[in-house]
Design a protein around this ligand. Structure first.
Ligand code: T4K
Length: 397
């Protein structure tokens, strides 16, 4: 049997990750040139010229008036929640990266977790409406896996109930719903430029808004709240982006379309090869607008596939295919939130079910044709040897 759990020989000699895009030679050259300028100027942070240039370009790319670049998306979210001076409760999906929930707590907001749609895997506006109370101050939608959530329905709801509307666009760089780009939905959105994103600046993030006052407040807040050299107007923090991160961003920006095309091609290869394999469903990307294909996500139906996601995940790791369970078990299922903000069992049925089935596949492959064929070969072998694989899992807990 052709599986490492039985033969001891993994399909891939070195691990394949869900992770950072391969940085192109041209990007590396441009980065070195930008950095030469940074050393020439001897100016490394505190709203430098490269940060400002990056902000202009990111705003233009997303068709919004204002962009504030910061050191990461978690800080972007903390800053914008503070800038909006939100209080009470905030409604957000539990099916997201933990930072989305944590950042709310830094503004003393109570997170109220909302279930997701089984089709989009993003916040369900109808379920969000049912969670509104007199203490609710905002709804926070999350655009996941390179798709845009139902922002128009959330906008109608926020307007009807006089709530602020924000979006975590950490996964949605350069994405759109129809022809409406991410960045212009709600009061404000924020992006992540973490190394593992389609557009990365090592660490980094940004807020996007068409509200001049809000943008100005975020920019004060990211610089300790300084109004001028000797006075602070707000309780700010240090959220500044460095010139080195901005250099990386400016160097990578010309490649974003090609990166998306490469990811889309890899996604297409997976779709082709997975076709006909029972119990595996590839999550659609870009069906309602422009997607960025940075995450290749599948759901595994244990009954049809023969083996649970939990076991598939373990076998793939043995094969050096480092899939990730984004976002298992959902924020509400993590120890801290179970203790501090317990969610009654069964209140988030779709989140619970999906987080048991989800698996993200490696997407930044050096040789996509060869690697996709081999990854899918491993999945087929698991399915074909389901009984033995399950026995192995029981014997090797
Ligand atoms: N909102 C959403 C929806 C998010 O997904 C995130 C972050 C945020 C907000 C917050 O954004 P930031 O504050 O981070 O800007 C990773 C990332 O660290 C995190 O940014 C990302 N989402 C999340 C989905 O993934 P981990 O804990 O899974 O990271 P780690 O170290 O396990 O790495 C993930 C994979 O990437 C591994 O397979 C290794 C690979 N990798 C990692 C690094 C650091 C690389 O290939 N190159 C690298 O440089 O969180």
């Amino acid at each position: 049997m052709n599986l490492a759990i039985f033969t001891g020989r993994p399909a891939f000699p070195s691990p394949l990750y869900v992770g950072a895009p391969i940085v192109e030679a041209a990007t590396r050259r441009r980065f070195n040139n930008y950095m030469a300028g940074v050393f020439e100027r001897n100016y490394f942070t505190n709203n430098g010229p490269l940060v400002q240039e990056l902000e202009r370009k990111i705003a233009a790319l997303h068709g919004v008036k204002y962009c504030a670049a910061v050191c990461n998306a978690t800080i972007a979210q903390i800053l914008l929640l503070k800038a909006l001076d939100l209080k009470g409760e905030i409604i957000l999906p539990s099916f997201t990266f933990i930072a989305t929930a944590h950042a709310c707590l830094w503004q003393n907001l109570t997170p109220v977790f909302c279930d997701i749609s089984p089709t989009t895997l993003m916040i369900d506006p109808e379920k969000a409406e049912a969670l509104i109370t007199p203490r609710t101050s905002a709804i926070l939608g999350v655009h996941l896996f390179g798709n845009v959530c139902d922002a128009p329905a959330l906008a109608a709801l926020a307007q009807k109930r006089h709530l602020k509307l924000l979006f975590d666009a950490g996964h949605a760089f350069a994405c759109s719903l129809g022809d409406r780009s991410v960045g212009g939905f709600g009061n404000v959105e924020f992006l992540s430029f973490h190394a593992t994103k389609i557009f990365g600046t090592f660490e980094g993030g940004a807020t996007l808004t068409n509200d001049a006052e809000l943008d100005a407040r975020i920019k004060f807040l990211r610089n300790f709240g300084f109004k001028d050299y000797d006075d602070v107007e707000y309780m700010g923090l240090n959220g500044k982006m460095t010139e080195a991160s901005a250099a990386m961003g400016l160097a990578a920006l010309p490649e974003v379309s090609r990166r998306i095309e490469r990811c889309q091609r890899t996604y297409g290869l997976f779709r082709e090869r997975l076709n006909g394999l029972p119990g595996i469903r590839l999550h659609p990307v870009g069906e309602k607008g422009r997607g960025n294909f940075q995450y290749i996500v599948m759901q595994i139906d244990e009954k049809e596939f023969g083996v649970s996601r939990k076991v598939v995940y373990r076998v793939l790791w043995k094969e050096n295919v480092m899939g990730r369970r984004y976002f298992y078990p959902g924020c509400h299922g993590m120890a801290f939130y179970r203790a501090a903000y317990p969610t009654p069992p069964g209140r988030l049925p779709v989140t619970d079910a999906v987080s048991e089935r989800i698996l993200c596949l490696p997407s930044n492959l050096k040789n996509p044709d060869r690697d996709v064929a081999r990854i899918v070969g491993v999945l087929r072998a698991i399915h074909q040897n389901a009984k033995e694989v399950k026995q192995w899992a029981v014997q090797n807990p």
